[in-house]
Design a protein around this ligand. Structure first.
Ligand code: DSN
Length: 417
């Protein structure tokens, strides 16, 4: 069969990719779980490593021909151990949700009690929310944030944990703009005999770069994706204390998954190498600094931010006071070249598909090298759009200004035309 280049083999898909490259160049990508993977990561992910099946672990595979794959996976594991200071890393989970599912499978039986942060408070679906397998197959107890300050309500966490004595206590979130106090969670987990699981999917790059406290030493198990602040490929990983190594490895394979995606594993290894540099430390700090400046600018323009600000990579705007629904705002911002996502806010009175908030973050725009001046411009553009949300002339003028800014800050891994 002819081995044609993509443009000849499938011009329609080639065009979709070219259009997406253009979009990722032209817009300010503010979805806090997204980023730009480096060219090196993308090269590895699209390599011949994808042609290989490798069920099992290095040295113990069910297929021959692992001379190179074992090296790739061992590099990924060793780099994670050294970067995060953990006993063990499993780099095979296909993404964050399968990683968390493997954690459940390692320690729980159906019907067991688990505890996590509720989705409406900023927790993840897989931390026990009712529509997820984690909420359907387990007796999931959900904690939340305090009604006043919207910070994690540790009194509630402690009292629910004492009452229900979960096997697993999950901490970590997808829409929480503040530092997670792993030590406090560990104290509660220890008191009730639960295993503390820190899901650091959103903040793993900040942890690796020293811009957020590490859960290591507090959580016995740490799960994560690899593509958010970490800037790796779409993938997942689980790190754990030595005593849980066997349970975690068995749960991932053969418990939950078949062959690992070896191209992704190579991308994860590269991301871990890049995350161990001083340049990455500066990047992680810049994400947080940018988030501060953006939050301050938004507050100065009359926005109400959940918890009043941000000390990580993420900002959650409550638009109730502006009388603009989150979806309307997010769609207008997108037309103006600023891509965020509409999101529920704590104690939201609107429905999840039409909520009161907009969630945004600084990982991707920081990858482009933007700093505080650009954050101030961005915050003011956002305010101009939301304050005049139906004014297409304003939206179109700002879209042009956003494009000019983007031209000055090429995105890593995205060809510029
Ligand atoms: N979908 C991710 C996010 O946007 O936060 C979480 O898995």
């Amino acid at each position: 069969m002819a081995d044609l280049p993509l443009i000849e083999a499938d011009p329609e898909i080639a065009q979709c990719i070219a259009d997406e490259e253009q979009r990722q160049h032209d817009k300010l990508r503010l979805i806090p779980s997204e980023n730009y993977a480096s060219s090196a990561v993308q090269e590895a992910c699209g390599s011949v490593l994808n042609n290989k099946y490798s069920e099992g672990y290095a040295g113990k595979r069910y297929y021959e021909g692992q001379q190179n794959i074992d090296t790739v996976e061992k590099l990924a594991i060793e780099r994670h151990k050294s970067l995060f200071g953990v006993d063990h890393a499993n780099v095979q989970p296909y993404s964050g949700s399968p990683a968390n599912l493997a954690v459940y499978f390692a320690f729980c039986n159906p019907g067991d009690t688990i505890m996590g942060m509720g989705l409406p408070s900023g927790g993840h679906l897989t931390h026990g929310w009712k529509v997820s397998i984690s909420g359907k197959y387990f007796n999931a107890i959900q904690y939340g944030v305090s009604p006043g300050d919207h910070l994690i309500d540790f009194d509630e966490v402690a009292s629910l944990a004492r009452e229900h004595r979960p096997k697993l206590l999950f901490c970590g979130a997808t829409a929480y703009p503040r530092v997670v106090d792993f030590a406090k969670f560990a104290e509660i987990a220890q008191e009730v005999g639960a295993i503390l699981v820190a899901d650091i999917a959103h903040i793993s790059g900040l942890v690796a770069g020293g811009a957020h406290p590490s859960p290591v030493g507090h959580a016995e198990v740490i799960s994560s994706t690899t593509h958010k602040t970490f800037r790796g490929p779409r993938g997942g990983m689980i790190m754990c204390d030595d005593k849980h190594r066997k349970a975690i490895d068995r749960a991932v394979f053969p418990g939950l998954q078949g062959g690992p995606h070896n191209g992704t594993t190579a991308g994860i290894a590269i991301a871990a190498k890049l995350a161990s540099t001083d340049e990455f430390k500066a990047y992680a700090k810049a994400i947080v600094d940018n988030s501060h400046v953006l939050a301050e600018t938004l507050v100065s323009r009359g926005f109400d931010l959940v918890t009043g600000g941000s000390d990580n990579h993420l900002i959650l705007i409550d638009l109730t006071g502006k009388d603009v629904p989150g979806k309307v705002a997010a769609q207008a911002l997108d037309r103006a070249g600023m891509v965020a996502n509409y999101n529920s806010v704590p104690f939201d009175t609107r429905k999840p598909f039409d909520p009161s908030g907009v969630r945004l973050g600084t990982p991707a725009i920081t990858s482009r090298g933007m700093g505080s001046d650009e954050m101030k411009r961005l915050g003011n553009w956002m305010a101009d759009v939301v304050d005049d949300v139906e004014n297409e002339a304003v939206i179109s003028r700002i879209a042009g200004e956003v494009k000019e800014l983007c031209d000055q800050f090429p995105a890593p891994g995205v060809p510029v035309r």
